[in-house]
Design a protein around this ligand. Structure first.
Ligand SMILES: [Zn+2]
Length: 325
């Protein structure tokens, strides 16, 4: 049987590279893979697993997954004080009712059990930091399922903004190495990278800012479940593709015109970058400043309530009217 003994993240010394130790029977294997080349690890695992173990049928895999999750929910403990403190510190969790808090807690336990969250280099990530990230990430899937996060495997945290390099070829055929300063990055089928300094800016302010890097990057992951990030995630069966496209393209065009006209906008102007960024940024705002999204782009707001299966503005009203303590 294939057994993963240890996965070591080497991101600090060797950006984007991890080391994984396997044992197959008596044979130990060390394997290095590059996050930037997303296919290498899954390809390697497929070949190796195929060599040593017969393929398990699907129903068996889902049975094992369910058993593993039930055990995690039974055995995991979240510190009550830390949990209460975290829920009190975000605008979007303060307004949750008792049922939603319970559901969020179960998702957070599974998220922490299934998704390694590690610091790059010497950055120490403690349980409090893991809890903060898991809570924000799980808000997006509160009424969905953890399987919406099945396509990626780990979260890597940098202390602050990090620099990525990529090559661009200009019209003359000259290759340029371009450096970008990033607060977060999402790799399809691989890694979510976050700047801790930016994570700390989420939802704690006066309710004016819609900035949330965790929600932003996980919205990209959801968007990429059906291919490239393009602002068109896999919709539920009871949703209408035409209505989604009409609402988002009209809002995106309108938003770009406002940004071009130097108009001050509640929604971060980075949303004008392209439709994928528009979806990620407006998803942040949907949770952080839902009243503003509903006011400015009601059709997009309606589509997002259908997609996330949450009415975030109604939740704020319910809390204000005193139905939620
Ligand atoms: Zn983005």
């Amino acid at each position: 049987m294939l057994k993963v003994l240890k996965a070591v993240n080497l991101s600090g010394t060797n950006p984007g590279v991890s080391k994984v130790h396997f044992r197959i029977g008596l044979k130990a294997i060390e394997y290095r893979y590059n996050h930037r080349d997303e296919s290498t690890l899954s390809h390697f695992l497929k070949i190796t697993a195929g060599d040593v173990a017969p393929k398990l049928p699907l129903f068996m895999l889902s049975f094992l997954k369910r058993r593993r999750r039930e055990r995690a929910l039974r055995e995991a403990r979240i510190d009550d004080v830390a949990w209460t403190r975290e829920l009190a510190s975000y605008n979007f969790t303060r307004v949750l009712n008792a049922d939603e808090r319970e559901r969020l807690k179960a998702l957070v336990i599974l998220f922490i059990a299934e998704k390694p969250i590690n610091g790059a280099g010497n950055l120490n990530i403690d349980n409090g930091a893991r809890l903060a990230i898991a809570i924000q990430a799980c808000m997006l899937i509160l009424n969905l399922d953890l399987d919406w996060y099945k396509s990626w495997t780990e979260v890597i945290i940098y202390p602050g903004e990090f620099v990525t390099r990529h090559e661009e070829v200009d019209e003359a055929g000259v290759v340029h190495v371009v450096e970008d300063s990033m607060s977060g990055e999402s790799w399809a089928h691989g890694t979510v990278v976050l700047s801790w300094a930016d994570v700390m800016q989420a939802g704690r302010a006066d309710g004016e800012s819609a900035y949330n890097v965790v929600m932003h990057e996980f919205a990209h992951q959801i968007d990429m479940l059906n291919g490239d990030a393009n602002g068109f995630p896999p919709l539920h069966k009871d949703m209408n593709r035409e209505q989604w496209a009409a609402a988002f393209s009209a809002a995106y065009d309108h938003f770009c015109q406002r940004v071009d006209a130097w108009e001050e906008t509640v929604i971060d102007e980075y949303a004008a970058e392209n439709p994928a960024e528009f979806f990620a940024v407006i998803s942040e705002a949907f949770f952080e400043t839902p009243l503003a999204v509903r006011e400015e782009y009601p059709d997009v707001y309606a589509q997002l309530t259908l997609f996330y299966r949450q009415d975030t503005a109604a939740r704020v009203h319910a809390a204000v009217s005193g139905r939620v303590q």
